[in-house]
Write a protein that binds this ligand. Structure first.
Ligand code: 3PG
Length: 380
């Protein structure tokens, strides 16, 4: 059982090591950042000091040996630093968030001790080579910064990284408010979904989504394919797709499912220079009918190259169909799928029946029935 923050026995004057996921390209993209604010507010109301831990991107550490000091190229440092988030978080929390970029943990601890601030943000953990190999010693050093640990980074819980996994060996460890919400919603669609259950699969890599197809094969009533995932299914069936994006590695895995009536593939597409770039209007209307009947909907991956207006109608049409169905429980995840929300206009509010998951790979892994390392270590 996971103990969540709201019921955790936390001592006075203690320091929380809060793992969140700031793996965000632009600090202006506020979705992931906004979703951890309630946890931070909860901790600050309880007068806890917070040290925020996160990674960003996939920087290449320059270290040859493990010596617990980070070293990255100037280029990677500039590209992947978490520094800009300190300001954004300060403004949002209305109190100073001190950025800590000392290269070793001892200096970081000194800075925290000397500082009058109550919230700190550590530099990108992937600048340390030890983070991604789940180094136990690095986990121990990180743990020595605080008194207890909270994982509120569902989106990175499929990675056995030191700040997600090893660290929990050394501190009382709890799930955050966001992690709780994510798991409750995903568990609900996995184990108690109402029928009809429709699963929309788009985006490029169908290989990452086959696990979800397998897990839901008996439970779901319809799988609606779009984007590069649909191209792969069509090509695996021997249907010519020109020079469209196709994930050949997934052919053998997906082929056994394709003959079933549960599988829906596009009946028309938008094509440019031999490349399928969106589902067509007929497909949108077919898919919209399935969506209208569904009582549970899961969606991961856009239906086309929505960043280009001409190929955005498929993804936009699916959003509109989903928004019309106010009775279904809807889970939407994946960075691109959430980015496509902008097609509905900045002011569009997402209704309560739609849960936007902060997880991309983590959501797919969880919905495939996999055990996520970051979640398993919280179970006591
Ligand atoms: C994500 O954005 O999905 C997570 O932060 C994991 O990132 P990663 O794929 O670089 O490990």
């Amino acid at each position: 059982m996971i103990t969540y923050l709201a019921s955790a026995p936390i001592k006075n004057n203690s320091v929380c090591l809060l793992r969140i996921d700031l793996n965000i390209e632009s600090p202006k993209d506020l979705f992931r950042l906004e979703s951890i604010i309630p946890t931070m507010e909860f901790l600050r109301k309880k007068k806890k000091r917070i040290v925020i831990l996160s990674h960003r991107g996939r920087p290449q550490s320059l270290q040859g040996i493990l010596n617990f000091e980070y070293r990255v190229s100037d280029e990677d440092k500039k590209k992947y630093t978490l520094k800009p988030f300190a300001n954004v978080l300060s403004n949002r929390m209305r109190e100073k968030v001190q950025f800590l970029d000392a290269v070793n943990i001892e200096d970081i601890k000194d800075e925290i001790q000397k500082s009058g601030a109550n919230i700190f943000l550590l530099e990108n953990l992937r600048f340390w080579k030890e983070e991604e190999i789940d180094s136990v010693e690095f986990g121990k050093r990180l743990a020595s910064i605080g008194d207890f640990y909270v994982n509120d980074a569902f989106a990175v819980s499929h990675r056995a990284n030191a700040s997600v996994s090893a660290i929990t060996r050394f501190l009382p460890s709890y799930g955050g408010l966001l992690l709780k919400k994510e798991l409750e919603n995903l568990d609900m669609v996995m184990h108690n979904s109402k029928h009809p259950l429709a699963i929309l699969i788009g985006g490029a890599k169908v290989i990452d989504k086959v696990g979800m197809v397998k897990f839901f094969w008996k439970k779901a009533d319809a799988f609606l394919f779009g984007g590069g995932s649909a191209n792969t299914c069509l090509a695996a069936r021997g249907i010519p797709v020109g020079s469209s994006l196709v994930d050949e590695k997934a052919f053998d895995d997906i082929r056994p499912y394709l003959a079933s009536i549960k599988i829906h593939l596009p009946v028309d597409m938008e094509v440019l220079e031999g490349k399928i770039l969106d589902i067509g209007a007929k497909t949108v209307s077919e898919y919209a009918k399935v969506i209208a009947r569904a009582k549970t909907i899961i969606w991961n991956g856009p239906m086309g190259l929505f960043e280009k207006k001409k190929f955005s109608h498929g993804t936009e049409g699916i959003w509109k169909a989903i928004l019309k169905n106010k009775k279904a429980m809807v889970i939407v995840g994946g960075g691109e799928t959430l980015a496509s929300l902008k097609l509905l206009g900045a002011k569009r509010k997402v209704p309560k029946n739609i849960f936007l998951s902060t997880g991309g790979g983590a959501m797919l892994a969880y919905l495939s029935g996999e055990k996520l390392p970051g979640i398993e270590v919280l179970k006591k």
